[in-house]
Design a protein around this ligand. Structure first.
Ligand code: ATP
Length: 306
């Protein structure tokens, strides 16, 4: 049983002040892009720990991200493992399984790869075990696993509020062409939020941007590019100043928008067309921090059984 699941980019990430529980209120415009991980579930002979019998991972980036694989945990800290464990616990499913993850989404790149794998594992195990949960039940389990796990079940474009897990689907009236510039290393999401709290103490409550939503609905890529925004970008740039050169290289190549994706360090660029995306990619590859580029389009549907 194999499930394919997309990466996301945040078209807007508005971040409020830290809450009592340590989370931040967010307004998060998620957009699913055609860069996919796959999670395969197979039966296993034994289940020694009560969770999956094991987990393996493989590079599916064509080699460009092979070094990322070393940072994928192969134990119960893997979000896909935790998703299978949670589903088994909640439904009483008791067939032992093995999980195999084919990774093309960069690790710790601000594209929610781990969350995508968790969403894929939920769908794959639900199908494998025949637990037959309804979509809304899967969404509720996903929200318990993490703020970014529900969106890849949905895909498309959606506005997330709360910690990001309350989702409201939004219209995207045109195919958008993206370039992602990947760094050799990752950035830790908690460290980026901590830097944000330092830089912007007493941030106001996060607000959605109606200009962005109108531009998306109308499929006006130029207006989308002008309205893209990420409150975490100054924090990501503080932790990794070299990203500024990557962003400048994309802007110089005519990108309609250039910004850090989520908590970074991946940088995202909106291009005018598929051909222009290749030109922007060639330009940003010259930036010192960029080790690999991916061009793809959005939006795309969420997790699907292959
Ligand atoms: P987000 O955009 O949601 O903040 P991210 O894309 O920056 O996330 P991930 O790729 O999800 O980051 O990885 C963050 C950390 O999670 C990794 O460094 C790794 O230790 C851990 N992790 C757990 N499960 C996975 C997984 N299935 N794939 C990748 N990393 C995982």
């Amino acid at each position: 049983m194999t499930v394919r699941v997309p990466a996301k980019v945040n078209l807007q990430l508005a971040v409020g002040p830290a809450r009592e529980d340590g989370y931040h209120d967010l307004v998060n415009v998620f957009h699913a892009v055609a860069l996919f991980d796959e999670v395969t579930v197979t039966g296993a002979a034994t289940r020694p720990t009560g969770g999956p019998a094991g987990l393996t991972a493989e590079d599916a980036s064509g080699g460009g991200l092979a070094s990322h694989l070393a940072r994928v945990p192969l134990d119960s800290t893997n979000l896909a493992w935790r998703a299978a464990e949670l589903l088994a616990r909640e439904t009483g499913a008791d067939t032992a399984v093995h999980l195999h993850v084919r990774k093309a989404i960069p690790v710790a790149g601000g594209m929610a790869g781990g969350s995508a794998d968790a969403a894929a594992a939920l769908v794959a195990c639900d199908a494998f075990w025949g637990t037959g949960l309804q979509h809304r039940e899967l969404l509720a389990l996903a929200a318990r696993l993490g703020s970014d796990v529900a969106f890849p079940l949905l895909g498309g474009t959606a506005v997330g509020t709360g910690r990001g897990e309350v989702l409201d689907p939004a219209e995207c009236g045109a195919r958008l062409h993206w370039v992602f510039a990947l760094s050799a290393g990752g950035l830790s999401t908690p460290e980026v939020f901590a830097a944000y709290d330092r830089i912007r103490p007493g941030a106001p409550a996060p607000q959605g941007d109606p200009v962005l939503m109108t531009a998306l609905a109308q499929g006006d890529a130029r207006a989308v590019g002008a309205a893209l925004g990420n409150d975490l970008q100054p924090a990501a740039l503080e932790l990794r100043p070299a990203l500024a050169e990557t962003l400048d290289a994309g802007r110089a190549a005519g990108a309609l928008g250039a910004f850090v994706s989520g908590s970074g360090p991946t940088c995202a660029f909106l291009a005018r067309s598929a051909e222009h995306a290749h030109q922007v990619a060639a330009a940003v590859r010259s930036a010192p921090d960029c080790v690999h580029t991916v061009t793809c389009h959005g939006d795309v549907p969420g997790a699907v059984v292959l």
